[in-house]
Design a binder for this molecule. Structure first.
Ligand code: NAI
Ligand SMILES: N[C@@H](CC=O)C(=O)O
Ligand code: NA
Length: 450
């Protein structure tokens, strides 16, 4: 039985609009403001409360914006908002893991709920941030941090919570996929496409994060934690970017029935967890091999459900804003629930995270595409295949190509069966040492994703 006073307090709470403060009014912040304003009536019907942005911080108040800030009180100092007792939820869309970390910790200490799009912050400081949030009974929501507009966090954390997740594999960087698609389909230049991705607001403030696989590594870190119930461990992700992908390998892969995509892969094996980000050959018949442009896609394999696929825009103002706003609504819905019984930040209860080892890169098991240049002499191929056999590596297919113009070296392409990375490293070293083989052996990992 509730006291009259308590009932009145609850009623008053239910009538009061929820006040949101946005930190950073760039691509994602601007998209978020636009959605919250445009869809305000429908959002209130969903959340049961009016949700309004009353304050926002921006570095430069004169800068033209993609959103209307007329009825929003602006400041250049995020702390004005973080310390404002009237603000219920902080939306953080500044980015970076430096000063923003302190801002978020202060906001949490002030009892604010946080919605963030910042994967670098969550992947590198999430363990500490979630611990502080739990102490304070506040929520830190981060759907926008992984795969932009795709509700992948919700899908794994809630929709698949009855499963033992076996693996997750995804195209999780929009900028990188946009670059690879434009280069392949239109023969465009890398730098030119990257500049377009930046102009469209897809790229990170430091675009090497996109093209060197760091951003995908941040997102994979988060996916692995919510899939397997392990702490966030970005430093253990093996990372390769897209800058070394050669046009010739894209062509040879296609002749063999494969596409090259930049994937993040988290797989649970009997020995531990593989966490890796790298270019990957995928059979062209797989749906994920046909995900192009800024679109992202994430495959999740559960023991009960089997393989499931989630597809949508991985970057951009409103696709990402869509996830931010959904998180804001989730926070509002959870405000009256018991903090102990909310959906845990990392899907598993904080006191039940597992200490499963993350495997070093040498212990990854996968199959490989290899390309090497050999002299056109008898016995060369036998030398190469002997080295592979000595390392227990079985060959699935070998193809010899015509030497390119102005060269006498024969390109040899090989596909192998599943092998331990350590054995492959040793075999590659031995092949490169053969006097009849010139230059490096180019290796790309392969996945069937079945
Ligand atoms: N752009 C995208 O499609 C996506 C971005 N994200 C993440 O969202 C976050 C924001 O990214 P974008 O919107 O693309 O960046 P952006 O560069 O367009 O916007 C960030 C804004 O924050 C402002 N800012 C910097 N320091 C500030 C300060 N101390 N106080 C107030 N404002 C400050 C900047 O002037 C800028 O306008 C990043 O964490 C990013 O990784 C996540 C998913 C997709
Ligand atoms: N730079 C990122 C933005 C979204 O997370 C990307 O391109 O995917
Ligand atoms: Na998402």
């Amino acid at each position: 039985m509730k006291y009259n006073g308590q009932l009145l307090a609850e009623l008053e709470f239910a009538l009061k609009p929820i006040k949101v403060g946005v930190l950073g009014l760039g691509t994602v912040g601007g998209g978020t403001v636009n959605i919250l304003k445009r869809n305000a009536a429908e959002i209130a019907r969903r959340a049961g409360r009016e949700i309004i942005i009353t304050r926002a911080s921006a570095r430069d108040l004169q800068k033209p914006r993609i959103c209307d800030t007329q009825d929003i009180q602006l400041t250049t100092d995020p702390l004005d908002i973080i310390n404002d007792p009237d603000i219920d939820i902080i939306v953080e869309t500044i980015g970076g893991a430096g000063t923003v970390k302190d801002m978020i910790l202060t906001a949490i200490a002030n009892g604010k709920h946080i919605v963030t799009a910042n994967k670098s912050l969550i992947a590198t400081h999430g363990n500490e941030i979630f611990a502080k949030a739990s102490e304070q009974g506040v929520i830190v929501a981060f759907e926008a941090a992984v795969a932009g507009g795709i509700p992948i966090i919700k899908a794994i954390r809630e929709g698949l919570s009855g499963n033992q997740i076996q693996w997750v594999a995804g195209i999780i960087n929009g900028t990188g996929n946009f670059i690879l698609t434009e280069m392949r389909d239109k023969g465009r230049d890398f730098a030119d496409v990257l500049a377009e991705a930046q102009a469209l607001g897809y790229a990170e403030a430091d675009p090497t994060f996109d093209v060197e696989g760091i951003d995908a590594g941040h997102k994979l870190t988060i996916l692995a934690s919510i899939a397997f119930g392990i702490p966030l461990q970005f430093e253990k992700v093996y990372t390769e970017g897209i800058t070394e992908i050669a046009r010739i390998d894209v062509e040879y892969a296609e002749q063999l029935g494969y596409r090259i995509k930049h994937l993040g892969i988290a797989r649970k094996t009997a020995e531990g967890i593989e966490l890796r980000v790298h270019p990957t050959l995928i059979p062209e018949r797989r749906l994920i091999a046909n995900v192009n442009g800024v679109m992202n896609a994430v495959l999740v394999k559960g023991d009960a459900v089997g393989a499931t696929l989630y597809y949508g825009a991985g970057a951009g103002a409103e696709p990402t804003g869509s996830s931010v706003v959904a998180d804001v609504i989730d926070v509002v819905r959870a405000l009256t629930s018991d903090p102990e019984n909310r959906v845990p930040h990392l899907a598993f209860r904080a006191d039940a995270l597992a200490d499963i080892p993350v495997l070093s890169a040498e212990r990854i098991k996968t199959s490989y595409y290899l390309r090497l240049n050999a002299e056109d002499k008898p016995g060369v191929l036998a030398d190469v295949t002997k080295i592979l056999a000595d390392h227990d590596i079985s060959i699935e297919a070998i193809i010899q190509k015509e030497p390119p113009k102005d060269s006498t070296a024969l390109p040899i392409i090989m596909l192998t069966q599943i092998t331990l990375e350590q054995e492959m490293n040793a075999a590659i070293r031995a092949i490169e040492a053969l006097p009849t083989v010139s230059g490096k052996v180019n290796r790309i990992r392969m996945e069937t994703l079945g």
